[in-house]
Design a protein around this ligand. Structure first.
Ligand code: EPU
Length: 420
């Protein structure tokens, strides 16, 4: 398994170009199953999750090509069943449920289990499908959905931790080909949901309200092919912004959507980081002394759970006490014990991480446990004195396009070590 060797203590300087958003492209790729027409998706990041989704679509009978940052899919005919082993391995593959049910009134997808960041239930996805008229059975680890007809309904998708992002995407994708009007209440407002709605509308769907808690979908008989450019990855943007501040550098982030990051930028500014926005570009640098801030993760437009681990590193470097509260996933603090190896003083009490910052970090071998924890460990390694080896970086390759190359261009001393 590959690892990253980071010689820390070098401030990041220069420009970085943001890639397309992983969490937008996966449901958009799944949505191509809704039509026999040709779909062209641009600004697709080269990520292992994207290649995985391409394989899943191909196993369902679609013709998929990936050329540089463009994915072309033509799902002229679908096979009733795909390669379950593939589907089982990727949590994000749950978003093929809605499109398969919508187009062929039948879907069989493996149930995602829990993972290191906490349980990953899909009860809200299933509730939405049921309310559209699908019959669902759970058997041998799979969910089977069948419907003679899908009929528009009023669906409330609020859960224990608020709305569900992929649940909203799934219900939207099933409802576009349902008869009549579907209203999704307590819908997720994330920009990735809005991007999916744009793509679906380009395919001929009639969706209004995406980005607000109420989405209305007027069902249509069929969809056609479309072209789409994926939105920039707001979590990659946040990661580079935090890395610039953590290393006391100055980074100009290009091709981003700072308007998708109000909560993160607000917290960075509160912490004393200077952020200058100009259109799709922003420059981030540590102004003077950093100040501790409290952070609570929330559904959009609150502080994203996917940037919590990275922000915790910045607070570990900041003299004083800060409390980071995780409200979306139950156990998304796997990075805490690894950060302790670098000298961070963080204790966990329920959903709160209490960070006593400013003690200085020093390099050590650490183990990445999930995607965002890995990003946090990389930032910590960049800011630490000495050498940090981040093991199991396949997690990073799932969600950050060429992160090591991008960091090297900013002056970081980062080396990928193969097979260690
Ligand atoms: N939930 C339910 N029932 C459901 C679905 C979700 O109770 O049927 C709960 C979850 O347990 C969690 C909360 O609702 O407490 C939010 O989960 P959500 O469904 O919104 O998460 P998701 O759609 O499965 C996506 C991203 C995650 C990101 C979350 C939250 C993709 C592929 N994944 O997951 O991204 O953390 O939304 O913003 O889009 C990542 O990129 O590192 C990542 C984990």
């Amino acid at each position: 398994m590959d690892s990253l060797l980071i010689k820390g203590g070098v401030p990041l300087h220069g420009e970085v170009l943001i890639s397309g958003a992983k969490n937008a492209v996966l449901p958009i790729m799944a949505a191509t199953l809704l039509t026999a027409g040709k779909c062209v998706i641009r600004r697709v990041p080269q990520l292992s999750d994207v290649h995985f989704m391409a394989k899943i679509l191909a196993s369902l009978g679609a013709r998929v090509t990936i050329e540089s940052d463009t994915v072309t899919v033509r799902a002229a005919k679908l096979k009733p069943v795909g390669n379950y082993d593939l589907i089982r391995k990727m949590r994000g593959s749950i978003c093929i449920l809605g499109p398969l049910l919508g187009r062929q009134r039948y879907a069989k997808v493996s149930l995602p289990g829990g993972c290191v960041i906490g349980p990953r239930p899909i009860d809200l996805h299933l509730k939405g499908m049921r309310q559209l008229g699908a019959e669902l059975t759970i058997e041998g680890g799979y969910v089977k959905a069948e419907a003679a007809r899908l009929i528009g309904a009023e669906i409330f998708l609020g859960g224990r931790a608020g709305p569900t992002v992929l649940g909203t995407a799934n219900v939207m994708m099933a409802a576009v080909l349902a008869e009549g009007v579907t209203t999704v209440e307590s819908a997720a407002c994330e920009p990735e949901v809005v991007d999916l709605a744009h793509f679906l509308n380009q395919m001929g769907a009639r969706i209004v309200g995406a980005g607000s808690p109420t989405i209305t979908i007027n069902g249509v008989k069929e969809l056609h092919g479309a072209e789409h450019e994926v939105i920039p990855d707001r979590i990659e943007t946040a990661t580079f912004a935090i890395a610039a501040a953590a290393t006391n550098g100055e980074v100009t982030i290009k091709g981003a959507r700072p308007d998708h990051l109000h909560a993160v930028l607000d917290k960075l500014r509160e912490a004393g980081v200077e952020v200058h926005r100009q259109g799709l570009t922003m420059t981030v640098r540590r102004g003077g002394r950093l100040k501790p801030v409290d952070v609570t993760t929330l559904p959009y437009s609150g502080f994203p759970t996917d940037a919590q681990a990275q922000m915790m590193v910045l607070m570990a470097l900041t003299p004083g006490l800060s409390i980071i509260t995780e409200r979306i996933f139950e156990s998304r603090f796997m990075h805490v014990s690894e950060l302790a190896r670098l000298g961070a003083d963080i204790s966990i009490e329920g959903p709160n991480a209490i960070v006593k910052g400013g003690k200085g970090l020093s390099g050590a071998p650490v183990m990445a446990s999930d995607l965002r924890a890995s990003a946090a460990l990389v930032i910590a390694g960049l800011a630490a004195q000495g050498t940090t080896q981040v093991n199991r970086i396949y997690h990073l390759d799932r969600g950050y396009e060429k992160i090591d190359a991008k960091l090297r261009r900013l002056g970081a001393r980062v080396k990928r070590v193969e097979g260690s």
